[in-house]
Every structure is written in C-alpha cells, then in structure tokens.
Design a protein around this ligand. Structure first.
Ligand code: ZN
Length: 263
C-alpha cells in the first residue's frame, strides 16, 4: 500500500515537472511544410533530395490512416499570416523542380487520397528532351485535377543571391510569374527560392512582383516562422522512409528542435 502511494506521488511529481518544462520552453507549433524533390526508385544513398516511390506511398498512407489534415499552401499561409489556430496534424505537401516522377508516382497517390499539393516548376526545364522532367501536358493534367497548384521556381533555377544584375533577378522572379500565368491560364501566387537562397532585396522583389507566398528551406532562427515570404520547409529525404522519423519531422515542432540543435 505504502509502495503504491509512493508511486502515485512520483508519477504526479514527474507529470508536474514535464508540464512545467513544456510550459517553460513554450514550444511553438508551426504547420509543417514538407519539401519533396524526386520520387525515384533508384535513390542513391547520399542523395538527400530523393526518396523511393515505396517510401513516399507509405508516408502518404500514414497521413491518411492517422487522419492528417493535408491542406494547400495557400490555406496554410492564411492560417500562419492571420495567426489562426491550425487543426491538429495539419501538413502541407510541396514538390520542387518538376520531376517527371512526380507525375508518375506522386499524382496517382494524391488522387487516391484527395491530398492537395504544390508543384514548383523550373520553366525552362519543362518537357526537357531527356524526359526526366514533367511536360506541359503532365502539368495541365495535374492542375485540372484541382489538387495540384503550380508555382514558379524561376526560369533556370539560378542561386538568386549569386546573380549580380538586379534585372536578372527581377526577370527570374517576375517574368517567370507572367510566363507561367499565360501557360497555365490562371494566376500564380506562389514562389520558391532556388535552393532556398534569398536575401532582403530578393524577398522584396518577390513581394513587388505580386506573389502572395514564397517558400524557402531552412533560413534559420533569424527569419520568423510566420513570414509568408520565407516559409520554412522540412526536407523529406530517404531517412524519412522510417515512419517514426517522418512522424517526428512532421510533428510541427521539428523546426524548433532543428534550429536549437545547430550553432
Ligand atoms: Zn529547386
């Protein structure tokens, strides 16, 4: 009897401790924005930008089975900007560069589960003769499904911070929007910095060009989590084939862990 009492006291004590600790560090929930690139059956071990179709399919099934709230980037940006409360298990799916395999492996799964996603395409790469990038027809088909939103990832994918001419930067950001709008027959509101690289001037050009949202990768603590012109994203690489790692990374608290781990 005495032992049981002691156990209860210990449990209460530990619970209070954990609660106080969580309260003390105040972890901020940030809607996870997953960043995928190629979904490729022949992923090399050191390739951090590709995962296998099997791993991707498992992750999407995991989201479905655990009732994740998969929303569009636009909806997430609205929640973030206006400081609304996001429903539990909210997640956004984004795909960079416009690989053909996104059409082959990703699109059927998005349709199967009704998940929305954003595809950031490099305009000059579309329909590349080698056949490893999406074609305009692929893009049209994905757009017509109502599930895929297409955003600009510039014409040529240069590191914008390395461009010396302001005119070149403006062209990659603003003209790519215009060209894409004509090609797609709809407004293009979302932009993706190549390699996630940007600075204050580049960010301002994105705003002045009329975009509503821009995504980065991991710009660090200095950039606030609610900057809709530099949204942080989680790189999903092959180590996330492990659903436990995937679950942690997409928990909404991973940015906090990541940003406090380094430096
Ligand atoms: Zn890219």
């Amino acid at each position: 009897m005495f032992k049981r009492k002691r156990l209860i006291i210990a449990v209460v004590f530990v619970s209070v401790l954990i609660f106080s600790f969580i309260n003390f560090i105040q972890p901020k929930y940030v809607i996870p924005i997953a960043m995928y690139h190629s979904i490729n059956p022949n992923v090399q071990k050191d390739n951090r930008l590709a995962i296998t179709p099997q791993a991707f399919a498992r992750q999407m099934r995991f989201l479905k089975e655990h009732n994740y709230n998969v929303i569009t980037l636009e909806k997430a940006a609205d929640i973030i900007k206006n400081k609304k409360k996001a429903p539990a298990n909210t997640i956004v799916l984004t795909f960079d560069d416009g690989y053909k395999d996104n059409y082959t492996y990703v699109f059927p799964i998005l349709k199967k589960y009704g998940f929305p996603a954003t595809l950031f395409i490099i305009i000059d790469e579309v329909g590349r003769p080698e056949g490893d990038m999406v074609s305009w027809d692929d893009i049209y088909a994905m757009q017509a499904s109502g599930l895929v939103t297409v955003g600009s990832h510039t014409f040529r994918h240069p590191y914008l911070i390395d461009l010396t001419s302001r005119e070149d930067i403006r062209r990659e950001i603003q003209d790519s929007k215009k060209v894409l709008e004509v090609k797609l027959g709809r407004k293009v509101d979302v932009f993706c910095y190549p390699a996630g690289r940007f600075n204050k001037e580049i960010r301002q050009i994105v705003i002045d060009s009329g975009y509503k949202i821009a995504v980065a990768t991991n710009p660090g603590k200095e950039i606030p989590d609610d900057d809709v012109f530099a949204l942080k994203r989680l790189r999903i690489s092959q180590n996330c084939a492990n659903l436990f790692i995937f679950w942690i990374e997409t928990s909404g608290y991973y940015n906090l862990i990541r940003e406090n781990r380094k430096k």
